[in-house]
Design a protein around this ligand. Structure first.
Ligand SMILES: *Cc1c(COP(=O)(O)O)cnc(C)c1O
Length: 396
């Protein structure tokens, strides 16, 4: 057979790329997968080779191994990026991306809907390093112009917000940011590059928590940052300062997850929409926050810019007591009560954005719950929730 190459795969579909990118059996004695390379030292045969090590494919494991190279290359291919770095967690990917774009004295704009630990990093570490952060209304669009200062060097977007699910007009924000020379950093964990091609839409540095849909099995922590041509060099340099490397087993599991990511994501979309529609018809539910639902305020932007939705969404319940919510959640048999998402198993958590929002008011009419829909049979999931709602009504 003839080997496909990144060049020959260029016009192929994402599913094909996911299967073939980042592996070369001819380099692995014919074995299909790139194995786990454990190691630090890379030996050079001669003094001349040692002195010319910076021209070699591998020099020292903090700069990459065949295992990390495989995932970096595959991810760059599906993200439409020039290059990718792998980090030990999704949060580490956020921090390395921001640090690649910022220096002391700079100003950073962050969506008020951003992942909470991202805010903690901005308010704690970045402030300590002399970077000022302003939070903005996620729905601001091109209006972000009014918040740009002469020292604004980065804008962080996240769409949709992973609790509150506002959609952001990323192309409009990127246009304003680029006119001012600012870097656009996106947390693209929800859609992944399969449903939102970040660099085509104006994102310079795109972050993915591989912990979620790349893993798909709640068994690893991993982060990825992909960069366009302009931002790859600063990203690599910052990454190298920290040597913030992901472990070889986790990278291998990331590669393993990659091969079936499209299938799992499409199933998450199907299951997520089915459960979201069922919940929106429930008398206990006031609103469902899911941008792929036709009546969602972010639906038009989602339809314009995204090609799919994942299995994570929220609902606002009608007013209910804490005891009623506890009765609903504590008795669930199939939905686990825990953080993270994107695994094969369904999860639910209560949340309240009021505790951290500063640029916008979050004041829903009732308690909020976030669901990550797994691969269980949807009818069993509905029955589990149906019994939960009965417990909620009995407590109210
Ligand atoms: C989980 C998550 C992260 C962080 O990933 P970890 O691997 O848990 O550090 C970042 N952004 C979003 C939107 C997430 O949901």
């Amino acid at each position: 057979m003839t080997k496909s190459t990144p060049q020959s795969r260029k016009d192929m579909r994402a599913r094909t790329k996911l299967v073939h990118a980042g592996r070369d059996p001819s380099e692995q004695f014919g074995f299909v997968n790139t194995p786990i390379y454990r190691g630090s030292t890379v030996l050079q045969p001669t003094l001349a080779d040692l002195e010319a090590r910076h021209t070699k494919r591998f020099t020292y494991a903090t700069h990459g191994t065949p295992t990390t190279e495989a995932l970096e290359k595959a991810w760059s291919e599906i993200a439409g990026a020039t290059g990718t770095v792998l980090t030990p967690s999704g949060l580490a990917a956020v921090t390395v991306a921001l640090l690649a774009a910022l220096k002391a004295g700079d100003h950073l704009l962050v969506s008020d809907s951003a992942y909470l630990p991202t805010r903690t990093f901005c308010d704690g570490f970045l402030r300590r390093m002399g970077v000022e952060t302003t939070y903005y209304d996620p729905l601001i669009g091109a209006g972000i112009e009014a918040l740009m200062r002469s020292n604004t060097t980065a804008v962080l977007v996240e769409a949709p917000g992973s609790q509150s699910f506002e959609m952001q007009d990323i192309p409009a924000i990127a246009e304003v940011a680029h006119a001012r020379g600012a870097c656009v950093v996106m947390d693209n964990t929800w859609a992944t590059p399969l449903f939102f091609p970040p660099h085509e839409r104006g994102v310079d540095l795109a972050v993915e928590a591989g912990t979620k849909y790349l893993s798909g099995h709640s068994d690893l922590l991993l982060g990825l940052v992909s960069a366009n041509d302009q931002w790859l060099k600063p990203l690599r340099q910052t990454f190298d300062y920290f040597a913030m490397c992901a472990g070889p087993e986790d990278v291998f599991l990331g590669l393993r997850g990659l091969r079936s990511m499209d299938l799992r994501l499409r199933e998450a979309e199907r299951q997520g929409l089915a459960l979201a529609r069922w919940l929106s018809a429930r008398p206990e539910v006031s609103r469902v926050l899911h941008p792929a639902l036709e009546d969602d305020p972010g639906h038009n932007i989602w339809k314009r810019d995204f090609s799919g939705s994942s299995g994570l969404f929220s609902v606002i319940l009608k007013p209910a007591s804490k005891a009623a919510i506890a009765a609903l959640l504590d008795g669930l048999e199939l939905f686990g009560l825990g953080y993270s998402w994107g695994g094969y198993e369904s999860l639910v958590i209560p949340f309240d954005c009021r505790t951290y929002r500063t640029a916008t008011v979050w004041n829903p009419e009732g308690p909020a719950l976030r669901f990550s829909v797994g691969l269980e049979d949807i009818e069993d999931l509905k029955e589990d929730l149906d019994k939960g709602f009965a417990r909620l009504r009995a407590q109210a």
